[in-house]
Write a new protein. Structure first.
Length: 358
């Protein structure tokens, strides 16, 4: 193959990828590579435009937001135009003359969700109105989600939604085991008993205790079968609960409305902050009425509730959350603190140095 390339292009040996055209897809204004315990500079240095290959790249920009629906009147057009400009200013860090990369911005009144009681009940009622009557409607659930920056807030919302479901449910407990090194006995892992491993919560791995009910909305955490669209991030509704296998109906994609069987799987967390490795055998599912902002990347949703009980903490998170919606009137943002004191402003984090050589 190398000889063929050299024959076609004598300079192929000195060219990246042998002179082949490689297409990279991405958005520097969305969430950047995750570097565990990395500094701001570490994260910026991990982006592709900090690579030695970047001078060989040609940037092709997309300028039209395809998520936003076409307008049917002049007022709709102006509304879409203003919302698009607001989103663009968030992604570039230009709102209120943001200069240091992390400043507060004010949320427009039409997108701000106010409450007088429980903020979780308020965001649920806004995103899933009359949810108790249409738990089992795939078309209702498919394009709705509540977004939050952290797993603990997501868990609290999903537990609240589960409590509203009147079906009987099962609680599934996982089996954990520490991974012993092939070369020597890992004394640190040996000391970690199942009781300790049970309480560990990591992104991308189901919890030790998984409480499920029929008609609960869930999301796959692992790729099961690419050919039928059963990939990480696929959302489904539980239809039957068994002891060793679950039945679920897929909401969208090539397998929409199809029923599938989900077995338990052995999963190993990829979190580099853990000083040891362990396996958790559990159904590869999480309840997904609420999901983290990072998990929502790439999705288009008709109704989005953004619950900011704590501010966003990384570059592009606020932009990703606000830009998931297809209609600006269906984005509602609820901002409060630990004491449930509401606010109309929140933090926007933008690392402007990422844009310098685009």
């Amino acid at each position: 193959m190398r000889d063929v390339l050299r024959f076609c292009n004598p300079k192929s040996l000195e060219m990246p990828f042998g002179g082949k055209t490689i297409v990279f897809g991405g958005d520097f204004r969305q969430i950047l590579p995750i570097i565990p315990k990395g500094s701001r500079q570490d994260i910026v240095n991990a982006t592709i435009n900090a690579s030695y290959l970047w001078p060989y790249c040609k940037v092709l920009c997309l300028i039209k937001d395809m998520r936003l629906q076409s307008s049917s009147s002049n007022s709709d057009y102006e509304n879409l135009k203003q919302f698009s400009e607001w989103i663009a200013n968030i992604e570039d860090g230009e709102i209120q003359r943001q200069t240091i990369g992390c400043e507060n911005i004010t949320i427009p009144e039409e997108n701000l969700l106010k409450y007088s009681g429980d903020p979780i009940a308020t965001i649920v009622e806004s995103t899933y109105p009359s949810h108790s009557n249409i738990f089992y409607d795939p078309t209702y659930l498919e394009k709705r989600a509540i977004l939050a920056p952290t797993l603990d807030v997501v868990d609290s919302i999903n537990k609240y939604m589960t409590s509203l479901n009147t079906y009987e449910g099962n609680t599934y407990f996982s089996f954990e085991s520490a991974c012993i090194s092939d070369s020597n006995v890992d004394l640190l892992a040996d000391a970690h008993k199942p009781e300790f491993l049970n309480v560990i919560k990591c992104s991308g791995v189901p919890n030790h205790e998984l409480r499920l009910k029929v008609s609960i909305l869930v999301m796959l955490l692992r790729n099961i079968d690419h050919s039928v669209g059963l990939c990480n991030g696929t959302r489904m509704i539980i239809t039957k609960l068994g002891n060793h296998v679950l039945e679920a109906k897929v909401l969208s994609g090539s397998s929409a409305s199809h029923k599938i069987l989900i077995p338990r799987m052995s999963l190993t967390p990829s979190d580099l902050r853990l000083p040891f490795k362990f396996q958790r055998r559990q159904f590869p599912l999480i309840i997904s009425y609420a999901i983290t902002i990072n998990q929502s990347q790439g999705q288009s949703l008709s109704h989005v509730g953004l619950f900011l009980k704590r501010p966003v903490f990384s570059h592009g998170q606020l932009y990703v959350a606000a830009s998931r919606v297809t209609n600006p009137n269906r984005l509602k943002i609820l901002i409060c603190d630990k004491e449930n004191t509401q606010s109309n402003s929140t933090t926007n984090i933008v690392y402007k140095e990422v844009f310098q050589n685009l």
